[in-house]
Design a protein around this ligand. Structure first.
Ligand code: PHE
Length: 337
């Protein structure tokens, strides 16, 4: 059969002609002669339909396997001639791919600034569970059964769990610390808290607090003021502070601390709502019931405070809307790079 002889001859010639190939140009010439669009193999492949039908399949098979063989051989030779370029087709004119490095979230930045200040005063950092039981979150903190913060509207209860809930503040960790440690203790407790709040510019169902607790033999309200005034000065620079009487079931006496608005210097602006002052935390002297409920015996006293991280971050950066912290809008977040 002439056609089969011809295939054999093409094969032989091909392997003969690739023997002396030295560069990519020669390689390409051989490619064109054999398997290019008008190459020897391709031309024969196009004549298959003119052949008697009984040999057509066999001829097709032989030609195709010859074509594969030639392609494999050319690929091998290509790798030998230029190992790098043949393996990857690289368009060197394309722009490079840029890698974007991540960075800390603004809330994280603020938290770390706050930690640093308290670490320098000798406080250490402790964390507690996000899922609490009713006793730690309320009862042990002297929050009676009928207190409004127990209301279903504020607290996210875990369905079917009996007494489990998402903690509404970081204060339950006070109980855990005092149960497991003998004073003196000086700790800060950062972490997420949850309340069944509708979302608006200043409310979000998950938010962060930093709790503080310092218990020793003779901690007084003067220590509370000294530590917290030192703290706000270190964080915000020169600001006035103001302690207003307040109520928390787990501190007595209790207060709220305001600072003069660091953005307008107390003159009144949109951040402080024209008031000149901003509330930044709740605090007070640890209530005797807290010592009793955590089994602390002896002559101890201390102070505790709790601050909202989002609120402090809004003031620190002069922002108006808490939702920006959670929208994951890179254009917003990148400002804190
Ligand atoms: N837990 C209180 C709140 O969430 C804040 C606070 C903490 C007040 C510690 C006094 C002492 O509002």
């Amino acid at each position: 059969m002439r056609i089969f002889d011809e295939i054999l001859r093409i094969r032989k010639n091909f392997f003969e002609s690739v023997k002396n190939i030295k560069n990519a140009e020669q390689l390409n010439n051989v490619r064109v002669v054999y398997i290019g669009r008008k190459g020897k193999v391709s031309r024969l492949l196009r004549t298959i339909s003119d052949l008697p039908s009984d040999i057509r399949p066999k001829v097709g098979q032989e030609l195709n396997s010859l074509k594969d063989e030639i392609e494999d051989k050319l690929k091998d030779l290509g790798l030998k001639i230029n190992p790098h370029h043949q393996r990857f087709k690289i368009d060197e004119t394309l722009p490079g791919r840029r890698f974007f490095a991540g960075h800390k979230h603004p809330l994280k930045i603020i938290m770390e600034k706050i930690f640093e200040i308290f670490f320098s005063l000798g406080f250490s950092l402790v964390e507690g569970p996000l899922i609490e039981d009713d006793w730690h979150n309320f009862t042990a903190l002297n929050i009676p059964e009928y207190h409004p913060s127990r209301d279903m509207h504020d607290t996210l209860y875990i369905e079917g769990s009996g007494n489990l809930l998402l903690r509404t503040h970081t204060s339950p960790v006070q109980i855990r610390i005092l149960k497991n440690n003998t004073p003196p203790v000086a700790v800060i407790v950062p972490g997420k808290c949850f309340r069944k709040d509708a979302i608006d510019a200043s409310h979000f169902p998950v938010f962060h607090q930093i709790e503080g607790l310092w218990v020793d033999r003779d901690i007084s309200f003067a220590d509370l003021k000294g530590v917290l005034m030192g703290f706000v000065t270190r964080l915000f620079g020169k600001v006035e502070s103001r302690f207003r009487p307040s109520f928390f079931p787990f501190t007595e006496p209790s207060c709220e601390m305001d600072i003069s608005c660091p953005l307008c210097g107390g003159k009144g602006c949109s951040t402080c709502g024209g008031q000149g002052y901003l509330e930044i935390l709740g605090a007070g002297m640890v209530h005797p019931a807290i010592f009793k409920n955590s089994g602390v015996k002896g002559e101890w006293q201390g102070f505790a405070f709790g601050m909202g991280v989002e609120r402090i971050a809004l003031i620190y950066y002069g922002l108006a809307d808490i939702r920006n912290f959670y929208n994951n809008d890179i254009r917003f977040l990148d400002q804190f790079r």
